[in-house]
Design a protein around this ligand. Sequence first.
Ligand SMILES: [Zn+2]
Length: 232
Amino acid sequence: MPVSNELLEYQKVDAGLRKIEQEIASTEERKKYLQARKIMKAALDRLDSLDRHAAELIRLRDDLAARVEATSKGLEEYEDIDELLEGGADVGFYKKNAQTLLDRLRSVKAELNRLLGEIDKIAAEYKKLMEQGRQANKQYKENKEKADLIEQAHDGEIKALKGKLREIGKTIDPKILELYSMKRKEGIFPVVVPLTDWMCVCGVELPLLHRSELAGGNMIECEHCRRLIYKA
Ligand SMILES: [Zn+2]
């Protein structure tokens, strides 16, 4: 896998393309719309979990309603209490029963209050999240538009550079070009570098064992940074 002037020229043109790509990627507008997108996503996730919580609360409310009904039915018995007592019924027994029913009603009422408080809290958070989402959406749209305009402004330049890369690329061994592209995609740049005093740009010295592999302008991979290194 020898290094070639074409490959080095390719990398030089690619450096220009990379500079523009980085400019586009680092605009304030892009940062802002990405941030807004993150906020929107978090708000949606939270709304989703609130929805689930609300469904659970509805189930609890139905459960409470059923308990209120059951307790009320129990109390209906006391409509005929005078008759029952006249018939010689045990006052103590009814008193105890009535107390139990009252206690139950009280606990159901407390539970219901707690539930209503929770529902209020959910409603308030829901409202807040919706507002947050609305604002984030506005931020997203505004900044995405601006970021797109900035990107479009570089369109011609990018196309020209890509065209040039395609042309030079035709003169390079496809296998080498593929390896180069793969490393470039991984964020390694420059991909191809000459050694200085047997040292890679990453600062690691090439072991003696591998030095002979560089004969004839051959490139090998740096074991540390994985760049393609050659002896100039
Ligand atoms: Zn290295």
